[in-house]
Design a protein around this ligand. Structure first.
Ligand code: GCB
Length: 594
């Protein structure tokens, strides 16, 4: 029997192939549409949510059901949309009800919206900021596509399924941890589920601008513009930067066009984060981006911003909030940047997955440099071609989304992955993908240490521009002698960034000397680390692990209680620990020279 045997009311009980029809129609990087400056209709707000641990909704095709009230049902049902819990989107279900805290499974979101055609907008897409991990989308009972990957945006065209008047939108979101996913089932953060970023309808003309980018070239005297349209048409697009008096046409062949034009913009930097309004048009369509122009390069063991060495004073951050889970409100993002500024930072590592797109927009405005990465974390199923396809797509979606953000200087392709042949091939392919999509930025990953010889030793390093090093000498190892050996023994030919170092401290817990989980040791740990790191010429920066304490079920001692306590500030995002002030004074001691 198959799911198609609708006359047999029990067919679904025996159909283990129920999910097959929904595997098709996955949105991916090439179907993303740039939203910058476009009019949109928000679909955020009130939705109804029904948890579905057993995939009953896919087995029984809940999306197909009519909306007759139970009093008129001829036979019983297992699903009633209106019985769903009213929730707000964006949200993570884990923080909505205590009994949902640890829920890992599927859930059905439903809402209705009215739609009328707009003049000049022959096409409509549905845009999702992110859904963790897999989403299947149904409009008026029709499966219109889906997406996998928990932190990147996706777009689905719904032009043919939209009805004038009332429409029913259902999204099945599922957050099971699985060995073949990216990340896999073993992670050191909380597996929040849900439709946790914005959802919108985007009206578009018949042929529209899918992606548009502008990047300052290495000569710092010209800008390259790239444009990709929705369809393989020929024609002429144009680009304008009014503040530079620049107006150029871009010849389009088969839906694509590129030009390089002479221009000398004021350079974007941390001190002067100058942004220009860049307007791309094609026929009736227009996209407006605010773009900063700068160059970033690795030369020897230095990182150069606009040709000048920059030392990265950084901090890592997770998307995690006691009240909101993985939802990032603008207020939350601004608070992160404000705390980073108080710490004396010019750099943030957005670990370990793509963060909300507003982070890079605000970092552009405020003059922070960013390391953005995909969750190729620990023991990924490196030999699995489908897992590679998923990882490559997540990386491509991240790059497409943030291609115009001056703040983003590194694409991170992985974190602490054991050095096997399969992993090398997998991650080298990700590095190639990043360079192919974006030759203007640097590629990095948190690499490995040989613990017998105490050297940085990772075959992946040959494929990277910057070597990330996560090291916890003084925390997971009882003293710093290993760090001394490691820093002295290694002789890298490219910049090294300490992409993580840190120690747990339970807020308010004190003690003298190396007493674990005390604020005092965490502060002393940073002082010890900092003097060694800054005395090492090939280290070009540090990203402390990390800004705030965050939820993770791996951590269950009385000091942790479900939290990683390596935050410089507690999970309340208010209580600064001693280490916050210690690291701030270390960063201050570098002055402006670094
Ligand atoms: C690491 C991981 C990070 C962990 C951290 C820790 O190396 O990259 O995700 O949370 O260590 O606290 O142990």
């Amino acid at each position: 029997m198959t799911h198609a045997d609708v006359d047999d009311p029990f067919a679904h009980l025996h159909d283990e192939d129920y999910a097959r029809p929904f595997a098709r129609g996955l949105a991916h990087a090439a179907t993303l549409v740039t939203l910058s400056g476009r009019p949109m209709v928000s679909l955020d707000g009130a939705w109804l949510l029904t948890l579905d641990l057993f995939d009953e909704g896919l087995r029984q095709r809940w999306f197909d059901l009519d909306e007759t009230p139970p009093s008129q049902w001829a036979v019983p049902r297992d699903y009633e949309i209106e019985a769903g819990e009213p929730v707000q989107v964006p949200s993570c279900w884990n923080v909505l009800k205590p009994e949902w805290t640890y829920f890992e499974g599927g859930a059905w979101y439903t809402r209705w919206f009215d739609w009328r055609p707009t003049v000049g907008a022959g096409r409509t897409i549905l845009s999702f900021g992110a859904a963790n991990y897999r989403a299947l989308v149904f409009l008026n009972g029709v499966h219109v596509g889906g997406h996998r990957g928990g932190s990147t945006p996706f777009c689905l065209e719904i032009t043919d399924q939209l009805r004038q008047g009332r429409n029913r939108l259902q999204v099945y979101v599922e957050n099971r941890r699985q060995a073949d996913r990216v990340p896999m089932h073993h992670i050191d953060w909380f597996n929040y589920g849900g439709l946790y970023r914005e959802v919108a309808l985007v009206p578009l003309p018949d042929v529209f601008i899918r992606q548009a980018s502008a990047a300052l070239q290495a000569d710092r005297a010209s800008i390259r513009f790239d444009l990709c349209l929705s369809d393989a048409v020929d024609g002429e697009a144009s680009v304008t930067i009014a503040a530079l008096g620049l107006e150029k046409s871009i010849p389009i062949k088969a839906g694509k066009g590129s030009i390089t034009a002479a221009a000398s913009p004021e350079l974007w930097s941390c001190d002067t984060p100058r942004l220009y309004e860049v307007r791309f048009t094609f026929r009736t369509d227009a996209v407006t981006e605010r773009i900063g122009f700068r160059t970033i390069e690795a030369r020897g063991t230095q990182i150069l911003l606009n040709g000048e060495p920059v030392w990265l004073k950084g901090v890592c951050v997770h998307e995690d909030d006691l009240a909101l889970g993985k939802v990032s409100s603008e207020a939350d993002i601004r608070r992160r940047l404000q705390h980073a500024r108080e710490l004396g930072c010019n750099f943030l590592r957005l670990s370990h997955y793509p963060h909300h797109e507003a982070v890079a927009r605000l970092a552009d405005e405020e003059g922070f440099l960013l390391w953005a990465e995909v969750p190729v974390y620990w023991a990924i199923d490196f030999g699995n071609p489908d897992t590679l396809a998923d990882a490559r797509n997540q990386l491509s979606e991240l790059i497409c989304r943030d291609i115009n953000r001056a703040s983003v200087i590194f694409w991170g392709v992985g974190n602490e992955n054991a050095d096997t042949d399969a992993r090398l091939a997998f991650m080298a392919e990700l590095a190639r993908t990043a360079r192919h999509l974006d030759p203007s930025r640097l590629v990095g990953a948190a690499c490995l240490i040989n613990r017998e010889t105490f050297t940085i030793e990772d075959r992946l390093a040959a494929h990277l521009d910057v070597i990330g090093l996560n090291e916890y000498f003084g925390w997971y190892e009882p003293n710093f002698s290993g760090l001394d050996r490691l820093l002295a023994n290694s002789n890298p030919d490219k910049p090294v960034i300490i992409s993580e170092t840190g120690a747990d401290a339970s807020p308010g817990h004190h003690g003298a000397g190396r007493v674990l989980f005390t604020e005092d040791w965490q502060a002393e740990f940073y002082r010890q680390q900092f003097s060694r790191i800054t005395a090492t010429p090939y280290v070009a920066g540090l990203a402390a692990w990390l800004l705030y304490d965050f939820r993770t079920e791996r951590r269950q001692t009385s000091f942790q209680r479900g939290f990683n306590r390596k935050g410089l500030i507690g999970a309340d995002k208010t209580t600064a620990k001693l280490a916050f002030h210690a690291l701030a004074s270390c960063y201050r001691s570098l002055g402006r020279a670094r």
